[in-house]
Write a protein that binds this ligand. Structure first.
Ligand code: 1PR
Length: 535
């Protein structure tokens, strides 16, 4: 058997396990990759970060003989940590595109969250756990939140209750971790749960450290509202990749030089926001509609460097579409997305291309399955696909002036108009399209988006608050999480959007970049207002 600082990783090639590799390296561990079933049987400690869908994962495990090796390893009570799908596969079967038979180590069936229970599916975000007495690896968690992203879950029963080390509440109580002897598995992502998550990994790697937190028994948890820091990234006129920030999407200084505003370096700022308590970080390559991301290696470098030290979810957007380069080589949007995921992104965000896909879908009523949105969602799951909407408010006098969803606005327009619709744009707001934000949101939800990043060009950079009318309209119309964006100027704006709408998260850029409001103040204010947040 090998040195103390080695850990064996079972990566069956289904997706992004870069984050877990980064986290293990950060904790000072070297990684051995499983090549054969024998490597499983010989492991000192085995981590199994399941990614992708249940059926293809079981397929690979069965075909390679890894399924049998895993069962033997677990039966022999060898140190094991399953993560996310790595927990679900231990159960008897899953309803995900199934029933599909699992490893059958734990009694129970993995089923889908019931969205009719008034919850948004996927379950994305930070939630607290009810930790049982001897969970061991959860000894530092206490009442702090950990990060989940999944649509399927196992529920507690008499048959599996001896396995359960914690449960979590999301519309119902589901199994958030199991433990028996040296065998552990967690539904959440320790590698994306900040310092708390790293402590879970540390305890698995160094068992028997003394506990620092009291377990939180009995207290009902709730999904926390997320605070997201957004970095609009582009190359400036000198050729440097900078974080910039616009006023209503205009990122140039109003001076004679008319330079692209430079608010800092992407990797440095992301690292800072992680330390400051951002629940998530988004990078938007705002000239991605022009540049080609795989030609734009700096953005990929940004992700690689950031993901080494930032252990919360990272989203990247800009330029995700099919593309033929100058030499005639064709790249599919899937290849672009794959490169982003490999570089450390947890989600990708699609803007312009999703607008075209939604227009097509609404016109024909047919899902072709060919749009970037549909393809990426099919391969990586809808939780990995965000659609970024860039709408502009258009006032009208009467609700039936336009063939789009019109709402009565809280503040009348310049000519006393009482109604408005929200026109979608492409190419960073440069072109208005014949589709409203409402129609787009409904269409992309059907096409496989897992989340909506809802900007508003009118409010962007104004610091006057989110467009509550718009956020309410969209967050009431879809069943997937909605991130409110554009216009945050004070902590009060965050509590306002959470009190008045069903947004799951709120995103800001300018106030964080200009250091006007620290993320911590936003969190503290939300806590004072009794809005659940991750502290
Ligand atoms: O169309 O798939 O290539 O994606 C392009 C992406 O780049 C889209 O997500 C689009 O929103 C974004 N984008 C394009 N141009 C701009 C621009 O500003 N000129 N930025 C842009 C979008 C809006 C928000 C901003 C919030 C919060 N930025 O992300 O961070 O409005 O700002 P605030 O808190 O300072 O008010 P594609």
């Amino acid at each position: 058997s090998s040195s103390d600082s080695g850990v064996t990783l079972l990566d069956y090639g289904a997706g992004n396990v870069r984050s877990i590799r980064n986290a293990l390296r950060h904790l000072g561990f070297s990684i051995k990759d499983v090549q054969t079933p024998g490597d499983i049987l010989n492991a000192d400690r085995l981590i199994f970060p399941g990614v992708g869908a249940f059926a293809p994962a079981m397929d690979v495990l069965n075909k390679t003989g890894m399924a049998e090796a895993l069962c033997t390893y677990i039966e022999n009570d060898r140190p094991f940590l399953g993560i996310c799908l790595g927990l679900q596969l231990l159960f008897e079967s899953s309803e995900e595109n199934g029933p599909v038979k699992g490893l059958g180590v734990i009694p129970g069936i993995v089923g889908r969250f019931d969205s009719s229970a008034g919850i948004r599916v996927p379950h994305i975000g930070w939630n607290a756990l009810q930790v049982g007495k001897d969970s061991e690896i959860l000894d530092d968690v206490g009442n702090r939140h950990v990060y989940f992203v999944h649509s399927y879950r196992a529920i507690p029963s008499d048959e599996n209750k001896d396995w359960i080390s914690s449960t979590c509440n999301y519309g119902e109580s589901f199994i958030s971790s199991i433990r028996r002897g040296n065998v552990h598995a967690v539904q959440f992502h320790p590698e994306k749960s900040g310092e708390v998550g790293l402590s879970v990994l540390r305890r698995f790697l160094h068992p028997k450290l003394p506990a620092t937190q009291k377990p939180m028994e009995g207290k009902a948890s709730k999904l926390a509202k997320r605070v997201i820091a957004c970095l609009d990234v582009r190359t400036n006129d000198k050729g440097d990749l900078v974080v910039t920030k616009g006023d209503q999407y205009d990122v140039r200084e109003q001076s004679n030089e008319n330079e692209v505003r430079n608010l800092g370096k992407p990797v440095d700022l992301a690292g800072q926001y992680y330390k400051d308590g951002a629940d998530e970080i988004s990078f938007l390559n705002i000239t991605g509609f022009r540049d080609f991301p795989l030609g734009d290696l700096p953005m990929i470098q940004v992700l690689r460097h950031t993901s080494k030290n930032v252990f919360v979810p990272l989203t990247v957007g800009g330029g995700i579409r099919d593309f033929t380069d100058a030499s005639g080589r064709y790249y599919s949007s899937l290849e672009v997305a794959a490169e982003y995921f490999r570089s450390g992104a947890d989600k990708i965000s699609i803007g312009s291309d999703a607008v075209y896909a939604a227009e097509e879908f609404i016109k024909s009523g047919v899902k072709t399955g060919k749009s970037s949105l549909e393809q990426i969602s099919r391969v990586y799951g809808n939780q990995a696909v965000v659609v970024s909407i860039d709408p502009r408010r258009v006032y009208v006098n009467h609700p039936d002036d336009v063939p789009y969803k019109v709402i009565r606005v809280t503040n009348p327009g310049p000519n006393g108009e009482e109604y408005a619709w929200y026109q979608c744009t492409v190419s960073g707001g440069r072109e208005g399209r014949p589709i409203g934000a409402f129609e787009l949101a409904k269409a992309v939800e059907e096409l496989g988006a897992g989340e909506i990043l809802l900007n508003c060009i009118d409010c962007d950079g104004q610091g006057k608050g989110f467009d509550i009318d718009l956020v309410k309209l969209i967050s009431d119309s879809v069943g997937i999480p909605v991130i409110a964006s554009s216009g945050a100027g004070t902590p009060r704006h965050f509590s306002e959007v959470f009190e008045k709408t069903n947004a799951s998260a709120a995103l800001a850029a300018g106030i964080f970049h200009r250091k006007e409001v620290p993320i911590q103040s936003v969190k503290e204010h939300l806590q004072e207002e009794r809005i659940e947040v991750r502290i």
